[in-house]
Design a protein around this ligand. Structure first.
Ligand SMILES: *[C@@H]1O[C@H](CO)[C@@H](O)[C@H](O)[C@H]1NC(C)=O
Ligand SMILES: *[C@@H]1O[C@H](CO)[C@@H](O)[C@H](O)[C@H]1NC(C)=O
Ligand SMILES: *[C@@H]1O[C@H](CO)[C@@H](O)[C@H](O)[C@H]1NC(C)=O
Ligand SMILES: *[C@@H]1O[C@H](CO)[C@@H](O)[C@H](O)[C@H]1NC(C)=O
Ligand SMILES: *[C@@H]1O[C@H](CO)[C@@H](O)[C@H](O)[C@H]1NC(C)=O
Ligand SMILES: *[C@@H]1O[C@H](CO)[C@@H](O)[C@H](O)[C@H]1NC(C)=O
Ligand SMILES: *[C@@H]1O[C@H](CO)[C@@H](O)[C@H](O)[C@H]1NC(C)=O
Ligand SMILES: *[C@@H]1O[C@H](CO)[C@@H](O)[C@H](O)[C@H]1NC(C)=O
Ligand SMILES: *[C@@H]1O[C@H](CO)[C@@H](O)[C@H](O)[C@H]1NC(C)=O
Ligand SMILES: *[C@@H]1O[C@H](CO)[C@@H](O)[C@H](O)[C@H]1NC(C)=O
Ligand SMILES: *[C@@H]1O[C@H](CO)[C@@H](O)[C@H](O)[C@H]1NC(C)=O
Ligand SMILES: *[C@@H]1O[C@H](CO)[C@@H](O)[C@H](O)[C@H]1NC(C)=O
Length: 783
């Protein structure tokens, strides 16, 4: 226990720091709330299960959007940044005044009840969301781990709109995926308990969700249930089904209140995936006095966020506010998901942590999880333990997971990369022999349903050493497509496995290293690429290959930003959500060999330039990330820096439409953060590619070792003309390599970069010895 004095001093010191600089003031949760960013813009704790926001009838994948659509309710569970179907949003509540205080005059159906809001009224800050509806009701909300607290302010005085506050609860979710559901309203207290079965937004199966709503601030007038657009006060319990024809009936419960003098009504919403009782207990435990707790809970949420942002500090002199906002908001969004459902997993009993909304690892392995490894290693370790517990209880590591369900696999078994990454970065708390077993399972055993676990085509993978176009695979089933991108990803997954195997001293390391070269088997040397009949001039691309070894054909520009987007559901092709053009740069473990096949460093650089400048690059989707930094592997790290400064801020900026694509649980946010701090991970390897930070200096204090790593720029130019590293020192010693390992963070090193305006004049990071590692030229060969 600290003494009162030391406590007071610590408080003073904390206040002092806060007074100087509060990173929360630079977090804007509305970045990416329009234009398909799909971010969750509401109130949540870091990794919180309760996520409260206004749900709209426009772009509502993450609940709210600043797209001018109407508010249909307020719900307390969401995902952030995902694509496709809207996620969660179970059991929305909506306050109204019923004209003449006649309940049937209120609006029940989702199509009728949407209320507009004024854009200027939207206030979103970490742990808080507020909006004024054009019907005169103001809504504010904050959140604890498993409960949301809403403060609704009704207009006082009756001018014909009615005076009795009315709140309905809808037995639905954002996707209207509800199957059977029940609601019970307590006639005395107005407490509403509900449960229902729903579908995961990008996965198989179903899940049950539970909610417990209590009100405070105004006395209850009456209670009841509603079905379609009719309501009654006689009945307090309702069970609805989704039966014949999957017909969907809108229904729920409601409460009316006597108006209070200040018009304020609090609603406390406890959530659970276990039971209604647990939802109520969660709420009671975390928010004991709804009418008094709002400020306390909001400031507890702010403190939790401050603590999470605390490891990072920047010297931002001369740097625009919007760039700073992108940076801090990117860190913030990285900690929205996966969500901590520990204690809320009904599927198995375990003492291990349970996280959910790995949505999807295909997106998140590239930058999001690597960022957590640096700024919140304890959370990252818990997430990996949770993945292993999923493997233990369900038999497979997921590539995607949400709402207690298996999510659709997009490419490889990319949890393998998360484990390889953690292994090479010495993340603590992982049972490595067990992790190895789970990874071997991905590499060796084909599941019946490889659409949501493991890998398909493993017989061909092992015998032919590539995934064939139109494979003959009777062992397991999934969409028979993506042969090129799966070959590339499986190769990298096997490299990750080889890395862990080697570290653990397993004989299998050589086998998996050998399999990690399988990508070369789909390289067709004489393949050309035309755009609108004009030869791009580049020869040699990946192509699909049949079982019999004959080449198939996919136009290298298909699925690029110049052609139709390829999704798993609408038009599956041999590359997933990206083109052959983009995937040619995705050989993360052996860029040296890729560069050789693509015609050498100069040719490679002109291909990369052409790719980024012709419109072929899809900066809005994750496979592009590494292509921005691939110049490092061709000995031109300054060109990566130049490229990053093109995309930031032209495609990543601090506006509501400032994300070029779905944020995908913080994938875009973490891309921005790594790019701005001047180190970009090649996940699965102990490698960060060095670039010039957007700040004069950036420091990161390791939350466990307490050591501080600093990157400092001498001659820092906030106009970003002098962005090319001329030379560098590490802990005062000259440092010429264009990359650095995680030791930098673990040991708290100092990297000092001297920059200038001339990329060609600099020799830094350009010689063969200075290139980041590639498996065909590194010591891995000696295994
Ligand atoms: C809500 O806003 C939309 C779009 O601006 C508009 O078309 C609609 O009439 C508004 N609804 C009401 C009830 O004001
Ligand atoms: C009645 O009150 C509502 C809510 O304050 C307000 O929006 C509306 O303009 C008022 N109508 C009249 C006729 O005063
Ligand atoms: C949902 O609530 C109803 C009514 O209270 C109850 O009968 C039912 O067992 C509950 N379902 C689950 C899965 O808890
Ligand atoms: C609710 O209010 C109405 C008047 O609007 C009144 O007639 C009714 O008795 C009230 N109900 C209860 C349960 O107090
Ligand atoms: C977890 O343990 C409890 C208490 O033993 C038991 O009632 C429950 O059925 C178990 N749940 C599962 C999913 O095994
Ligand atoms: C997740 O929740 C559990 C249970 O409340 C807690 O012990 C753990 O610290 C949480 N993890 C993180 C990263 O917040
Ligand atoms: C991880 O630990 C091993 C063994 O102690 C050590 O050789 C290696 O350098 C460490 N890696 C990092 C990134 O610190
Ligand atoms: C190809 O030609 C069509 C028709 O002239 C044009 O609309 C399109 O922009 C062209 N695409 C490219 C990539 O040049
Ligand atoms: C290989 O299979 C493909 C697809 O069935 C076929 O078009 C091609 O002719 C075959 N090649 C040979 C050499 O048999
Ligand atoms: C901000 O980013 C968005 C999304 O990429 C882009 O559409 C927009 O043009 C950018 N704004 C500016 C001013 O560059
Ligand atoms: C680094 O570059 C700067 C500017 O060109 C030069 O002044 C300095 O001497 C160089 N330092 C080293 C160690 O090469
Ligand atoms: C950059 O340096 C190169 C080589 O020293 C020189 O030829 C070139 O003129 C310089 N470019 C600029 C813009 O100063």
């Amino acid at each position: 226990m600290p003494t009162i004095r030391s406590w007071a001093l610590a408080l003073f010191a904390a206040r002092h720091v806060v007074a100087d600089f509060d990173p929360l003031s630079l977090v804007d949760p509305l970045i990416g709330s329009d234009n398909g960013g799909n971010v969750f813009a509401g109130a949540s704790l870091p990794y919180g299960m309760a996520k409260a926001v206004a749900d709209v009838n426009g772009q509502n994948t993450g609940g709210f959007a600043t797209d001018g659509s109407g508010v249909t309710g307020f719900s307390a569970m969401h995902d952030s940044g995902t694509g496709g179907n809207p996620s969660l949003g179970n059991f929305p509540i909506l306050p109204q005044l019923c004209p003449d205080d006649v309940i049937d005059n209120c609006k029940f159906l989702i199509t009728d009840r949407a209320v507009n809001y004024t854009n200027a009224s939207v206030v979103a800050t970490p742990g808080y969301f507020g909006v004024s509806l054009t019907n005169g009701i103001d809504a504010e909300m904050t959140a604890t781990e498993h409960a949301a607290l809403y403060k609704f302010k009704f207009p006082t005085g009756d001018n014909g709109t009615g005076s009795k506050p009315f709140v309905l609860l809808d037995l639905t979710d954002l996707w209207q995926s509800r199957q059977n559901a029940s609601v019970s309203v307590d006639a005395t207290t107005g407490q509403i308990r509900a449960n229902g079965t729903f579908l995961p937004s990008f996965g198989a199966g179903y899940y049950q969700s539970f909610v417990c709503v209590d009100f405070a601030g105004s006395p209850v007038n009456d209670t009841g249930i509603w079905v379609n657009n009719r309501a009654g006060t006689e009945v307090k319990d309702l069970f609805v089904t989704r039966g014949f024809n999957l017909f969907y009936i809108q229904a729920g419960g409601f409460v009316t209140f006597e108006p209070s003098s200040d018009g304020v009504l609090y609603a406390r919403v406890g959530v659970s995936l276990v039971s209604t009782e647990q939802a109520c207990q969660n709420a009671e435990k975390e928010i004991s006095e709804p009418s008094k707790d709002f400020k306390r809970i909001q400031s507890a949420a702010e403190s939790a966020w401050r603590e999470k942002l605390n490891p990072v500090s920047v010297k931002a002199d001369g740097v625009s506010t919007s760039l700073q906002q992108m940076f801090w908001s990117g860190i913030y969004r990285t900690m929205m998901s996966p969500q901590n459902y520990t204690g809320e997993n009904p599927l198995w009993n375990s003492t291990e942590p349970y996280f959910d909304s790995y949505y999807c690892i295909w997106d998140a392995f590239r930058a999001q999880h690597p960022l957590l490894t640096i700024i919140d290693p304890s959370a990252q370790s818990q997430m990996l333990r949770s993945l292993l517990d999923i493997y233990k209880n369900e038999g497979w590591l997921p590539d995607c997971r949400m709402s207690l369900c298996k999510g659709w696999t997009q490419g490889g078994s990319n949890a393998d990369i998360l484990f390889a990454d953690a292994y090479v970065k010495n993340l603590t708390g992982i049972d490595w022999n067990f992790a190895y077993e789970a990874m071997v399972n991905d590499a060796e055993n084909e599941p019946l349903e490889w659409s949501y676990e493991g890998r398909g085509g493993l017989q061909s993978w092992k015998t032919l050493n590539y995934i064939p176009y139109l494979d003959f695979d009777y062992l397991g089933f999934g969409t028979n497509s993506r042969s090129i991108s799966r070959t590339l990803e499986y190769s990298y997954n096997d490299f990750g496995l080889a890395t862990v195997a080697k570290g653990l001293g397993k004989d299998s390391a050589a086998k998996y290293l050998s399999r990690s070269t399988n990508w070369q088997n789909l390289f067709k040397k004489d393949q050309t690429s035309f755009i609108n009949g004009t030869d791009t001039g580049f020869k040699g691309f990946f192509q699909p290959k049949y079982l019999n070894g004959t080449w198939g054909y996919q136009d290298p520009i298909a699925c690029s930003a110049l052609a139709n987007f390829c999704s798993l559901t609408s038009n599956p092709s041999e590359t997933f959500e990206s083109s052959v053009w983009e995937y040619q740069f995705f050989v993360p473990h052996d860029m040296s060999k890729a560069i050789e096949l693509l015609g050498g460093a100069e040719e490679f650089i002109s291909r990369l330039d052409f790719f980024h400048e012709s419109g072929l690059a899809d900066i809005g989707n994750e496979p592009v990330f590494l292509t921005v930094y691939d110049y490092h592997y061709a000995g031109r790290p300054g060109l990566s820096t130049k490229r990053v400064h093109y995309y930031i801020p032209s495609s990543f900026n601090a506006t509501e439409d400032g994300l070029p694509g779905n944020d995908d649980s913080g994938a875009m946010g973490s891309f921005t953060v790594f790019s701005m701090l001047g180190l970009f991970p090649n996940p699965g390897q102990n490698v960060y590619l060095i670039s010039t930070p957007f700040f004069e200096s950036v420091s990161i204090k390791h939350p466990e070792t307490g050591k501080t790593a600093t990157i400092r720029v001498s001659n820092f130019d906030p106009t970003y003309k002098d962005i090319y590293i001329q030379n560098a020192t590490l802990n005062g010693q000259p440092y010429t390599k264009s990359w650095i390992g995680h030791e930098f963070f673990l040991h708290g090193m100092t990297l000092e970069l001297t920059v200038g305006d001339n990329e060609t004049a600099s020799t830094w990071g350009k010689s063969a010895d200075d290139l980041p590692p590639s498996s065909s030229v590194s010591s891995m060969l000696s295994m």
